[in-house]
Design a protein around this ligand. Structure first.
Ligand SMILES: *Cc1c(COP(=O)(O)O)cnc(C)c1O
Length: 366
């Protein structure tokens, strides 16, 4: 057999360890997962209710057009229904874009470090990936612009960026968009949009009126707490949507994802309360870092990247034994950091206690 040559040696995605596995392996009664930026408060209770009500609808295919959620999202964010494409998570929309735009003669430009799926999917399509080093965790848009040439098809702006939590501000983004050649698609991946609190974060949807080469990605996996259901979407001009829609598998969202997303979207109070608690918790994380002279990346998300000045894997192992699953920065491009998803108030407090213990005792591994 002869698979695409770029698949040889390509590693599979390594997700955070599942809670049950860690409990079993380490004999722990309680394990807290702060590794995948999920909502620690779950989802709006209306989402589970909607799934229960739809529970008998397993024999029929879902609505391939996603009509109901399409109408809801369009009304909610103020775009037309033909400006949306739904994915099995926004991960799948990233895959659509790579399939639609990239092939061996082309290249794509990303920040480095950034979300791993841009590079992975581009590599599978055989495209060249141009990774442009970030500055203090923030995309270097000028350098990214310089990396663009005639063969560039997509440039990825992860905003706020995963894994650094930092953001590109409105002025920088608009000035970038103005200078990107019109043959290049600019993707603004806004998976953490709901959590952003700064005033100068770019509102990208109004920019669609002027820019045909812009696509905005949003998801129900993070603040909306529906990661298990896999639903996210892209917003762009109708011409771009109809161009990539043939790439989409016909029934790529489940009926349950549709009904839950509709219910979740109606519960604004749930989102604002989660965002409020997240903002408060981030302040406590920052406070903790300052107290212990740890550098951190200022976050506009529901996670924080902290520099412990030691190999991230050591901190990861230490926390794992204490019942906390986090992400080591070593696999994320920040070797001395760990990325910690914000938990509930109680979880964060317990984490601070454990970290305090570590920081005030003898160095890890000695
Ligand atoms: C989590 C995440 C996504 C993907 O989320 P889905 O669950 O696939 O919707 C996309 N981009 C970034 C930056 C993320 O952190």
């Amino acid at each position: 057999m002869k698979a695409k040559s770029q698949l040889h040696g390509l590693p599979s995605y390594k997700p955070g360890k599942p809670i049950e596995e860690v409990k079993r392996e380490l004999g722990l009664a309680k394990v807290v997962k702060l590794a995948s930026n999920e909502n620690p408060y779950g989802a709006s209770p209306n989402a589970a209710k909607a799934i229960q009500e739809a529970a008998t609808q397993t024999a029929v295919y879902p609505d391939g057009y996603a009509a109901v959620i399409r109408e809801k999202v369009a009304a909610k964010i103020g775009v037309n229904e033909n400006q949306l494409v739904f994915g099995n998570g926004s991960d799948e929309v990233i895959q659509f874009l790579c399939r639609a735009f990239l092939c061996p003669e082309t290249n794509t430009v990303t920040a480095d470090p950034t979300f791993s799926q841009y590079k992975l999917n581009a590599t599978i399509e055989g495209a060249e990936v141009r990774e442009v080093p970030s500055v203090n965790g923030v995309h270097d848009l000028d350098a990214m612009l310089e990396a663009i040439d005639d063969n560039t098809r997509i440039v990825w702006v992860c905003n706020p960026n995963n894994p650094s939590g930092t953001y590109v501000d409105e002025r920088a983004f608009v000035s970038f968009l103005e200078r990107v050649p019109s043959h290049v698609l600019v993707v603004s991946d806004e998976a953490y949009y709901e959590y952003v609190t700064v005033e100068d974060y770019p509102e990208t949807l109004p920019l669609l009126e002027k820019y045909d080469n812009l696509m905005v990605l949003r998801t129900f996996s993070k603040a909306y707490g529906l990661a298990a259901l896999r639903i996210g979407y892209g917003v762009a001009n109708p011409s771009l949507i109809s161009l990539i829609d043939p790439v989409r598998p016909p029934f790529n969202n489940t009926t349950f994802a549709h009904v839950a997303a509709v219910a979740a979207l109606e519960d604004d109070a749930f989102i604002s309360s989660c965002v409020e608690k997240n903002t408060e918790a981030l302040k406590q994380f920052e406070q903790f870092c300052k107290q212990h002279a740890l550098n951190y990346y200022p976050s506009q998300t529901n996670f924080i990247l902290i520099d412990f000045n030691r190999p991230g894997d050591e901190i990861f192992d230490f926390l794992l034994k204490k019942g906390f699953i986090v992400r080591s920065g070593q696999a994320l491009g920040f070797p001395t950091c760990v990325r910690i998803s914000v938990g509930t108030e109680e979880e964060n407090k317990e984490l601070f206690t454990v970290l305090e213990e570590m920081l005030t005792s003898k160095p890890v591994g000695q």
